[in-house]
Ligand binder design. Structure first.
Ligand code: AVJ
Length: 348
């Protein structure tokens, strides 16, 4: 990127061949299990990212609107309450994990600018393309000199480690949008623990979490009436057809979402509406001269592929989790309906 106020450091070089190989292996393994599954990580190719942007605009997908309201209403207080003691000469790192198109971040960054906090905004994303798009969107919304941005293309933890090592300042890490919800319960806790142990004592962490609520509401967020989430889920099949040469017939699969109120998880599936066999030819795809392989995946009528779990939280559970793994919860901010929460915690 050539703009003087927007630099990018690439830590993890994108290796297209390697990524494709990983994807293929993931699909072979996931679809060969007795209970078929694919990772929601693979939703986000260009088409999927655009569909997710459409999901964020849906009335029924209340998460984005709620967190936007929290940031609009409370950003000023968040800055005063948690960054009030930062001295005038000090520059802080504002690190964001997976900023997406930056529409929420913009609100918070504006509050920092208005409060006169000196900071470098450091988004971390594994996709170089996503980083480029975020840069464009920020350039569109901020004056060139108002913001200093340094994107890091990396996995989250290695990105944070790089920032802490190369910029020994106070850090605030943002992890918004309830993205933690895609982790398993133990995987999520392990991830938070790793963030805490990578940061320095006194650093800050702000995490957005969708809260347990009327299950009908949660369910509607994942089976919207316009069918955008359906398209988003089915795009995983199109993506496999495009990139891996699989033979999925999208007419023979349906999107199905359910909500388990006991463990607070919205679960998305793709369900085969008839008995069928789907093929994947890997001829030449490995490029290493191996014999071409042909995989087949047999689907029984109404057999499901698990594609995503989106965990919902109680504020109490979030607080006790954070407090037990090296953070001290400072404050939680809510939207007016208490459907979503942003919690600020300090590394102890
Ligand atoms: C981006 C992971 C927070 O789980 O709510 C939206 C993704 N999936 N609709 C979520 C998603 C279906 C979203 N996260």
């Amino acid at each position: 990127m050539t703009e003087s106020n927007f630099d990018v450091t690439v830590i993890k070089e994108e290796n297209k061949d390697e990524a494709l190989k990983q994807f293929r292996l993931h699909v072979i393994q996931g679809l060969s299990r007795p209970q078929k599954q694919l990772s929601s990580m693979y939703f986000y190719d260009d088409v999927g990212s655009e569909l997710f942007a459409q999901i964020m605009d849906l009335e029924e997908y209340y998460l984005t609107g709620c967190e936007m309201e929290i940031l609009r209403t409370h950003s000023k207080a968040i800055v005063e309450n948690h960054l009030g003691d930062v001295s005038d000469s000090e520059i802080i790192n504002v690190i964001e994990l997976g900023a997406g198109d930056g529409r929420k971040t913009r609100v918070f960054l504006t509050a920092l600018v208005i409060a006169g906090v000196k900071f470098e905004y450091i988004p971390i994303d594994i996709s170089y393309r996503a980083m480029t798009l975020l840069g464009k969107s920020l350039e569109h919304h901020f004056e060139r000199d108002a913001l200093s941005v340094h994107g890091i293309v990396a996995e989250y933890i290695e990105g944070i480690r790089f920032v802490v090592d190369s910029r020994p300042r106070k850090s605030l890490v943002l992890f918004l949008g309830s993205s933690l919800g895609n982790f398993s319960k133990s995987g999520g806790v392990a991830f938070l623990r790793e963030i805490g142990s990578t940061l320095k004592q006194g650093d800050l962490f702000m995490i957005g979490t969708d809260l347990k609520k009327n299950p009908e509401m949660t369910l509607r967020a994942y089976s919207d009436s316009l069918g955008v989430t359906r398209k988003f889920n089915l795009n995983l099949l199109s993506r496999m057809n495009r990139e891996l040469g699989t033979t999925f017939d999208l007419k023979k699969f349906k999107h199905y979402a359910s909500y388990d109120p006991m463990d607070g998880t919205a679960v998305s599936y793709l369900i085969s509406t008839e008995k069928q066999t789907v093929y994947m030819n890997t001829s030449g795809a490995t490029g290493n001269g191996d014999e071409p392989e042909r995989h087949e995946f047999v689907f029984e009528a109404y057999e499901a592929i698990h594609t995503e779990s989106s965990r919902k939280y109680t504020v109490e559970s979030m607080h006790s989790a954070l407090n037990s793994i090296g953070f001290a919860v400072q404050e939680t901010y809510y939207d007016s309906q208490h459907w979503f929460a942003d919690t600020v915690a300090k590394v102890v």
